[in-house]
Design a protein around this ligand. Structure first.
Ligand code: HEM
Length: 414
């Protein structure tokens, strides 16, 4: 089934309509009713590109933690950074031992403890952003609230100077859109991904040469040193690693921040709760990730024949895992359709959400996301008690893998 038609909005969706509604741009603003139909249809539903759709929590969680399922043997059209450009794929698409070798080189830069030293800087940037939003009164949250913090922080960590932030952001958007399967992209979108990859290759080659000449305390310098030592990191791998960190490091968090403002503006009781209890800001990040996180889909291929929940898979069969659907599965979460900022504060027995994935490929940036989002939530709750949506629902980008709002006009009042 190729997702090409628009479902009839009247009445409950059939399974076929739900498959379409899970992926077409017309329903990006609310794919959750479609996900519910898929969950009820069974643990595996035949979907687009001969992939079985996995929409329930238990199977999604189990597959992501099982080494019998791999990212490495996926077909080329699912691998955005191994296309027309001559970049090697980043470690997101690898399995051990290469995945382990490359991931280990950057893990240290993203531990929660290590990132704590960045907190004053994150707070400072969040404060400036909220100052500007309040001063403006009415503002597009995506452009002026959600983008600046993650872009500034990941760029500073990597070592991208401020004058390059705008060009780096423009190129990242093309790569993020290009995460969706090739067959769903227009020729222009495919070209934007190739251009983005080429831009980053040239850009990082130049930056690495500069850091070799004048080392700084940043990731470009750290990776350039490892590469220079010899056999642990090739030049191509270094560039692919910097590119995936830069793109994943802000394109996703932007959407979490924008979704977060939308969710809190739609649920003023929860925003009031946060204002009265600022210590909820950290557990609120995970609830906002669960409730409406940006990562909606990922894929895996079977590396051997196996049977799960009565379904037989052959080696090479693939699954499309709907992470955002698993996060709304009533089999795993009580009242999953309710935003409850105390959910992760109250009980250690609430299942972890799958918004950052799980297992070997668990998001390396999760501690950075938590820090950025916590600081922004605290700042908004303290300074901007009234957030009024000026368009609801707002327009969404067509992206499936990383779903996000295109524009979110909001009035901020103190
Ligand atoms: C992996 C989501 C922010 C870097 C992942 C995965 C998910 C995810 C779901 C696993 C994908 C899979 O299993 O196929 C998110 C979300 C974010 C976010 C929702 C923000 C709200 C970040 C940030 C960084 C980052 C800030 C960079 C510092 C990565 C990398 C991987 C990854 C490098 C690959 C890890 C591996 O393969 O071992 N992310 N991410 N992400 N993320 Fe994030």
């Amino acid at each position: 089934v190729a997702p090409t038609a628009t479902p009839d909005p009247a009445g409950p969706l059939s399974v076929e309509e739900a498959i379409l509604a899970s992926f077409v741009p017309e329903t990006r603003h609310d794919p959750y009713p479609a996900y519910e139909v898929l969950r009820e249809a069974g643990p595996f539903v035949p979907g687009p590109f001969s992939l079985q759709i996995v929409s329930r929590y238990a199977e999604a969680d189990a597959i992501l933690q099982d080494s019998a399922w791999s990212h490495a043997n996926e077909p080329a059209f699912l691998h955005p950074d191994s296309d027309g450009s001559d970049l090697p794929a980043s470690f997101l698409w690898m399995e051990p031992p290469d995945h382990t070798r490359l991931r280990r080189l950057v893990t240290k830069a993203f531990t929660a403890r290590g990132l704590e030293s960045l907190r004053p800087r994150v707070e400072e940037v969040a404060r400036e952003i909220v100052d500007d939003a309040i001063r403006a009164g009415e503002t597009d949250v995506v452009e002026h609230v959600a983008y600046p913090l993650p872009l500034t922080m990941i760029a500073e960590l990597i070592g991208v100077p401020p004058e390059d932030h705008a060009s780096v952001r423009a190129m990242s958007a093309g790569i993020a859109r290009g995460l969706d399967p090739d067959t769903l992209l227009t020729p222009k979108e495919l070209q934007a991904r190739v251009d983005g990859a080429a831009h980053f290759r040239d850009y990082f080659e130049k930056l690495v040469a500069e850091r070799r000449a004048r080392p700084k305390d940043d990731l470009v310098t750290a990776l350039a040193q490892v590469e220079a030592e010899g056999d642990r990191l090739s030049t191509g791998e270094m560039i692919a690693t910097l590119t995936v960190l830069l793109v994943a490091g802000h394109e996703t968090t932007v959407n979490l921040l924008a979704n977060g403002v939308l969710s809190l503006a739609r649920n003023p009781d929860q925003f009031a709760l946060l204002r009265a209890n600022p210590e909820l800001a950290l557990p609120a990040v995970d609830e906002l990730m669960r409730y409406d996180g940006p990562s909606h889909a990922t894929t895996r291929m079977a590396v051997k024949d196996m049977e799960i929940a009565g379904h037989s898979f052959k080696e090479g069969d693939g699954v499309l895992i709907l992470l955002a659907s698993a996060n709304r599965d009533p089999r795993a979460f009580d009242t999953p359709e309710r935003l409850d900022l105390t959910r992760y504060a109250q009980s250690a027995s609430v299942p972890r959400h799958l918004g950052f994935g799980v297992g070997l490929h668990y998001c390396i940036g999760a501690p950075l996301v938590r820090l950025e989002m916590e600081c922004m939530l605290r700042e908004l709750a303290r300074r901007a008690p009234v957030m009024t949506l000026l368009a609801d629902p707002p327009p969404y980008r067509p992206n499936i893998v990383v779903r996000g709002i295109a524009e979110l006009p909001v009035r901020f009042e103190v």
